[in-house]
Design a protein around this ligand. Sequence first.
Ligand SMILES: Cc1cc2nc3c(=O)[nH]c(=O)nc-3n(C[C@H](O)[C@H](O)[C@H](O)COP(=O)(O)OP(=O)(O)OC[C@H]3O[C@@H](n4cnc5c(N)ncnc54)[C@H](O)[C@@H]3O)c2cc1C
Length: 415
Amino acid sequence: MALNDGQALLDVTRLNRIIEFDEVQRQVRVEAGVRLIDIFREFHHRNLTLPSSPTESHSSVSGAICANVNGKDGWHVGSFGNQVVSMTMLLASGELVEIDKSHELFNVVIGGMGLTGVIVEATLQLKPINSPYLDVTCIPATNVDALLETLASVERSNDLAVVWIDAYARGDRVGRSVIHAARWAERDDTEEERRAYVQAGYERLSRHRRFGLAVHEFFGPMLSLMLNAQRLMLPVFNRLYFAMNSMKKSLGRSSYSELFLKFSFEASFTVPPAHLVCGPYGYTLQLTFPKGEAREAIVELLEICQTSPCPPVTTVLRAHKRDEGLISFSEDGYSLNFEFHPKKRHRDASRKVIDQLLEATINRGGKLHLTKDHVATPEQFRRLYPRYRQLLRYKRKLDPGVLFTSDLARRVGII
Ligand SMILES: Cc1cc2nc3c(=O)[nH]c(=O)nc-3n(C[C@H](O)[C@H](O)[C@H](O)COP(=O)(O)OP(=O)(O)OC[C@H]3O[C@@H](n4cnc5c(N)ncnc54)[C@H](O)[C@@H]3O)c2cc1C
């Protein structure tokens, strides 16, 4: 959720209509507050999908545009902005503008964190799929070299992939991981059958989400206590998870079919959000780096994490494709998403680790996913995003009275 401490937040949740669908072009026009999950609910049984969807299925379309979110399919379909055909934006002057890919504001708005105007509607490009199911394979990789080699072939023959990494593995095991690769499954169900199982999947997801959120709310303080043992527990858990996946592979049980809804969205409520467990001390960092430096970057970032008194609880790697958003984080490369749950007494040491991670990322020409950030300083932001000056020029021209702002904008200096 956007934050704007002490100032107004614009609620777009009631802009929730799917306006029209062009069957020939496979394009859907929606209001800004439509949630991504609603688009899947409407179109998946028709064998159409919305690429680049983040794990948070309740993101709004406009939130996904402004954060230029990424899915598990980023290396071939790019980030969310790539799926935007056009959008209608309300400027600070009160003027409505229609912005398509050829408009000079397109790359200002995509990933631009909503600082130049209010998105009111958008047209999105849907993509045909074989069925709403995925054929999933889990592939263990013993270290970073095995990971990158396997990933290269996974990227050639799969539609989605996400990698769990054991941030505690060291030495020649650094980068030990499990790749979850998936391709759209071929099935010959009728549309009615698809409608029924997508609906059932959607209901299951809603139940799990409600349950997961309630559990996290309820057990947040208890999980907080368990943090004291995370350095002992997590290496054991990680080793078991890797061993279990290796065993499944040797038993020929590492492949299965599941609904995209489950593969893509369920993880968002299995790991408790850092703020529920650690309050203001918890944080998520997603850092991208170019493909050519992947091996060195992964090793360096993981080794920095290991110097922390509280290494990440989860570490996830994804593949991406570059786009032209002025402050958008996608690269032709990979990202590592770290979820840190530090204890209060480790606040300063954790901050030092964040700074080292950001410095290493800057030195490799990488980026930081701004929608997940609440720690970057103005100086770090400017070095991560040298093109921010162009955004600032547009901002000052379109919104001279600074009508549109946020905590992030004030913290990093986009005002
Ligand atoms: C559990 C979880 C999992 C996640 N997984 C992923 C992931 O896999 N990949 C990924 O990329 N991200 C991920 N995210 C981040 C999330 O997808 C983004 O933060 C997304 O933008 C949230 O959507 P929202 O509707 O809540 O937008 P908000 O957080 O409310 O807004 C995001 C930005 O867009 C601006 N904005 C929103 N609507 C408008 C509008 N109508 N006009 C102008 N500006 C607007 C806001 O001001 C803000 O700057 C995850 C988040 C969570 C909590």
